[in-house]
Design a protein. Sequence first.
Length: 443
Amino acid sequence: MNRKVFWGLMLLFTVWHAVSVSIEWSRAQGRSDGLDFASYYYAVGVAKDGRDPYRKRQLKLAAVADINPRTGKSFRKAVHPFFYPPPFVLVTAWVDGLDMITAYRLWFWLDELFTILCGLVLWRWWRPMGPALPVVIAASIAVLTAIPNNHFMGQANIPVLFLVLFGLWQEEEGRPTLGGASVGLACMLKMSPALFVAWWLLRWRWRAVVAAVITALFLTLMSLLIVQPEYQIRFYLRVLPMFANGNYNGLSVPIDMFGNHSLPNLLHQFLPGGTAHRLGRLTGEVSRVLSLCMVAGVGTAWWWDTEDRFREWAQLASVGVLLLMIPVYTYEHHVVWALPAVVLCVMAAIERTRLSDWASALMVAAVFVWAFELAMLKPVWQWLLDQGGLLSPLAFVVQELKMLALITFGVLTAVMGTTWGLSRQQLQGLAPGMPPANQGKDS
């Protein structure tokens, strides 16, 4: 790539991202409720007072008692339930002593910092892919509207994504203990990254697995300093198992809401039974079976290891998409987990080694849908729905467009992670001179 073109594109996408973040920052400054971040904030306060952060009523009481000095009224009258592992409270305990608005705004910029770190880690980790990689990463971050949405909503997906990417990179670089500890910390902030530990098990990366488990146990013990044992037991025995049927500790958001991109949501709309906030028995069973089939299917397809570094990256990117399809709720801010899959697919299309022309065209369409502002799709969906008749099926397609995009990324990366149809020359790696996958690893 021409040097001037390279730096011109990097400047373009940097400015694009900066403008998007600035727009969301101006919106965030006008909020006094902390949005989703309020659940984390009040969970810390409730736990430090010796109460149960997993009781929605306790969070509500804490929010009502928290008075905004500017208005003389409560910051919040209600709060979404808290349903993260106990170590999450320990890690976010720094918000204690800050008022809710200050903590929310600080979290906004921490989220942006971790976004930049995610891009840097991907660049350092996947440098052998080719010189276009920095541009592709910058473009993917710039166009993805879910990133500034994460900042605005006060969500925790991007810091956890960074911990996972950093851990996977370090493990591949021959530092399994550091890598395992990083992914172990991610698992104790959100449970879904445990799928990456399962991938290490498939590859017999025992040191990384043990490091992740020890880190998880250590953080659980440390969190006893702030979350009492009976509340931790309640999370693991009562709260966590109910995730499978959509009961996110009393979350009052309909499963079939516009913007839920998960597979259980799709089944919930067609299979009988259930309520607005709970999967029916049949839907739950079918969802579990399909989830097990997907995990078992990719595990079987990836069983035989090779010294193809790109193939391993494709598998890990596919895992990132898989953890979006399995939960009952996959909101717009969750789709940042598909960022590695998008970068990898685009690079494969640019290098013209792993994707055919038709697959590349399908991928481009999926990237457009994945990055598109969800709020702009909703009016189109609502209009088609109001028209009824023959337009109703089209409304359903618009509603599930992002889920179809995620499925596209998942399938493409899963297939690129296999050896199906690849010649011996292709299995040497995407770029000439790419090091073997197992260099510096324990196995």
